[in-house]
Ligand binder design. Structure first.
Ligand code: GLU
Length: 295
């Protein structure tokens, strides 16, 4: 399938660890098994959380594991103009609007409505600044939000998890496209870049599955195609939570890339493989992956 384009899109907020290697390996294997291309994009839009030098470090870690992208990596800090253009398109179509609310304003509005207040730490925005509710009413704009609309149930298919459904209007609400500090939101940047890079298949960690419905709504509003999705299993920390930079996952041990690849493959359900170099191992793993999935 020559039209296949996959990608790994790490945020440079810390080095690659055992969990993020699983996502990188899954996307690499899936691209290779489909005879497709594999791209890497450094997602550094959340400027305050990014750490200087981490993008380069991650690229070095991937290279040490034999995971080489087929084109020079993209960096989202180069992409401001494309995100601004997408935002303008949404504003012009009435699919986005400026919002003046602080977190406190949102908390107060939700309390007054007696509605469930949050979801994964994010407040479900009650629509205070929607144009239909009077807009900014003279207050200065802070963030830009996507107008989800009152009926926005999104059905989508995951290649591993099966049929998925999210009621974005009720569960998420009008989400942020550009934050009050000017940073572009992950949702907008990922949708614009996946389309610009011709990504046909998103393969990433299962923790990100929850974002997919929002991304599909944005793709529809921008007239962009929706890629296929496969959300890979997560590595759990001792406390049962997803292993992440935030709960202190150790950086990947570069001295033994083969051991790191074997551990990642076990999480993906690949059988043990005999190869003794990363290159041979990746070749065997590609064949094993192709046998496991419906290519
Ligand atoms: N940059 C995101 C992260 O590291 C992943 C984006 C994606 O794969 O869609 O969590």
């Amino acid at each position: 399938m020559t039209g296949y384009v996959g990608r790994f899109a790490p945020s440079p907020t810390g080095p690659l660890h055992a969990g993020s290697l699983v996502a990188a390996l899954a996307s690499w294997l899936d691209a290779r098994a489909h005879g497709g291309r594999w791209l890497v994009r450094i997602e550094d839009v959340d400027r305050p959380r990014c750490i200087e030098g981490m993008g380069e470090l991650i690229l070095g870690q991937l290279a040490a594991c034999g995971l080489q992208p087929d084109a020079p990596p993209w960096w989202q800090h180069d992409r401001d103009a494309a995100y601004a253009e997408a935002l303008q398109q949404l504003l012009a179509a009435g699919a986005a609007y400026p919002c003046a609310c602080t977190r406190q304003d949102v908390e107060r509005a939700l309390a007054a409505l007696g509605r469930p207040r949050q979801r994964f730490g994010e407040l479900v925005y009650p629509g205070t600044c929607r144009p239909a509710n009077g807009g900014l009413r003279g207050r200065p704009a802070r963030a830009m939000r996507f107008l989800v609309g009152d009926e926005a149930v999104v059905d989508w298919q995951d290649r591993r998890l099966g049929a998925q459904r999210q009621d974005v209007a009720r569960e998420v609400g009008d989400f942020v496209l550009q934050r009050a500090d000017g940073c572009w939101a992950y949702q907008l940047a990922v949708v614009v870049d996946d389309a610009a890079q011709g990504v046909s298949d998103v393969v990433r960690g299962e923790d990100l599955a929850d974002n997919t419905a929002r991304q599909i709504l944005l793709q529809r509003a921008l007239g962009l195609p929706t890629p296929r999705h496969l959300h890979a299993p997560l590595v759990r920390a001792a406390d049962g939570h997803k292993l992440s930079k935030q709960n202190g996952a150790a950086a990947l041990e570069l001295a033994d890339p083969l051991a790191a690849l074997r551990a990642a493959a076990a999480v993906l359900g690949l059988p043990p493989l005999a190869a003794s170099t990363p290159a041979d191992w990746l070749q065997q793993a590609t064949a094993a992956w192709a046998g496991m999935i419906a290519v």
